[in-house]
Design a protein around this ligand. Structure first.
Ligand SMILES: Nc1nc2c(ncn2[C@@H]2O[C@H](COP(=O)(O)OP(=O)(O)OP(=O)(O)O)[C@@H](O)[C@H]2O)c(=O)[nH]1
Ligand SMILES: [Mg+2]
Length: 469
């Protein structure tokens, strides 16, 4: 790391503390309070009373009680773990106090800790930030830990774990090394052109373009990986009574929405979180769309229109037993062109009224993408497959590495800089011009891993983490 950014700021001389586990009333068998910094152990010693002959050694567990200020009342029964620098998450002295879960005792223990001299409350992401500044983690690993915690599906967690293991760091570093090799070739020519064999300009450019293509591939993969991280909004829309709520219930495996045979049952947007093949999906049930004089129903229908415009995928449900009718076609035409959609024929278990051809002569016949029955479940798997395909999630399945948005932007910047270096070469500009772009690309990649990054940028990244991370 660059010495300027390495100058561990005075802030890391301070000892910080925070609850590292999720905090909720009545929840959690245990909670962990984490301390990091020079007085971490001293604070542990003064707030936890440890009976008998237990050894205050690194990486050992001690048993004791946190006492109140007067030393008379026991606040909680705890385990305490000391991890001496540098063998700790942050690389500093770390103490973890494992107390009981819930709210009150944890807060009281934290207050006791914070009442000690030279300790303050940790800022969001500050533990991870110290880990990066002290070289325990690179930036991509710290970000991946945050993604792992935030993961809403198994696949998202697996992908995050690749980052935790250093998968992103290694990929980016190896590309950066390749660019550095080419840069040193060029720089040598700028300084001592006469003394060196002629530059293999073609080979050099080829190498830069190979790296560029790899970066572009990473950017593409990142877009698909975002699906797994952020999930998808899938809106079920259609006329009243076609079976949208029944379908939502079936896909959610519970009776989430009210189903009746009365058209206009659903009056408001209803969300259900599901996971399909590892992809987190927010399913939206909407009010059936029709012309109505009922003001309340109309409000619900307005929301249906909003959902239809904002979704990542619209599933337009129609009733096979009634056939495809003009109102269905009108709804289809209301879906914005850039929103992927699936036309799904429901109630496949029912005999169609007459023929499957449209009743309306002017209406073009439609072949549904999927036919199914929300009642019997037939066709459900085909629907799931079609949903994942329509939003490009099936290609996300094979992903090994996925950059987050910040990393993706920097990789794209680097690719653009490399494209510019090609132009400089084609215009026969002097080598200094090539090196400007090449350096820019190297700097962008260094920013991904945190190798070349200012403290201000680091502060901004970690401020988005939660407290205790
Ligand atoms: N036979 C059969 N009946 C179904 C099927 N799906 C839904 N239904 C019935 O159709 C009626 C309407 O179902 P809902 O799920 O409430 O329909 P909806 O589209 O949510 O209706 P609104 O909320 O009014 O817009 C209910 O009586 C369901 O039992 C199906 O696949 N087969
Ligand atoms: Mg409904």
């Amino acid at each position: 790391m660059d010495p300027a950014t390495m100058s561990v700021s005075s802030s890391s001389q301070e000892t910080i503390a925070a609850v590292a586990t999720a905090v909720a009333a009545g929840q959690g068998g245990i909670a962990v309070i984490r301390l990091s910094g020079p007085v971490a152990e001293a604070v542990g010693r003064s707030v936890v009373s440890v009976p008998g002959q237990q050894l205050w050694d690194s990486h050992r567990v001690l048993y004791g009680h946190v006492m109140d200020e007067s030393g008379k009342e026991r606040i909680d029964e705890v385990l305490l773990l000391v991890m001496k620098a540098p063998r700790s998450f942050t690389g500093e002295d770390v103490v973890e106090i494992h107390c009981h879960g819930g709210l009150i005792a944890v807060q009281r223990v934290l207050e006791r800790v914070l009442s000690q001299p030279d300790v303050r409350r940790a800022l969001p992401g500050e533990f991870s930030q110290r880990a990066v500044l002290n070289g325990r983690l690179d930036l991509t690993q710290a970000e991946a830990i945050s993604d792992l915690v935030a993961a809403r599906s198994r696949r998202a967690a697996q992908l995050a774990m690749t980052g935790v293991d250093g998968g992103i760091q290694r990929r980016i570093n190896s590309l950066r090394e390749r660019l550095l090799d080419q840069l040193s070739e060029l720089e040598a020519r700028v300084d001592f052109e006469e003394d060196l064999p002629a530059l293999d300009a073609v080979g050099l450019l080829d190498e830069l373009q190979l790296v560029r293509r790899e970066l572009e591939q990473l950017v593409e993969d990142a877009k698909r990986g975002a699906l797994l991280r952020q999930g998808l909004q899938v809106a079920l829309v259609g006329r009243p009574n076609v079976g949208k709520s029944s379908l939502l219930n079936r896909l959610s495996r519970r009776e989430r929405a009210i189903v009746t045979d009365l058209p206009g049952t659903t009056r408001d947007l209803l969300e259900s979180e599901i996971v399909l093949e590892g992809v987190p999906i927010t399913l939206l049930d909407t009010a059936g769309i029709r012309a109505t004089k009922d003001a309340l129903e109309q409000l619900g229908i307005d929301r249906s229109h909003q959902a239809l415009a904002a979704a990542d995928l619209v599933v337009l449900v129609f009733d096979l037993s009634q056939g495809w009718i003009a109102e269905d076609a009108a709804l289809l035409s209301q879906i914005p062109n850039d929103v992927p959609r699936l036309v799904v024929g429901n109630k496949a278990d029912v005999q169609p009224l007459s023929t499957s051809a449209p009743l309306d002569d002017d209406l073009e016949a439609i072949t549904p993408d999927v036919t199914l029955s929300a009642l019997t479940g037939q066709g459900e798997e085909a629907l799931i497959e079609a949903v994942l395909k329509a939003c490009g999630a099936s290609e996300a399945q094979g992903l090994v590495v996925a950059l987050n948005q910040r990393q993706q932007d920097l990789a794209a910047d680097a690719a653009i800089a490399l494209a510019r270096s090609k132009e400089a070469a084609e215009q026969n500009l002097p080598w200094d011009f090539w090196t400007i772009d090449l350096r820019q690309a190297i700097r962008s990649l260094g920013e991904i891993t945190g190798e070349e990054i200012t403290e201000a940028v680091l502060d901004r990244i970690f401020s988005r983490f939660c407290i205790g991370k």
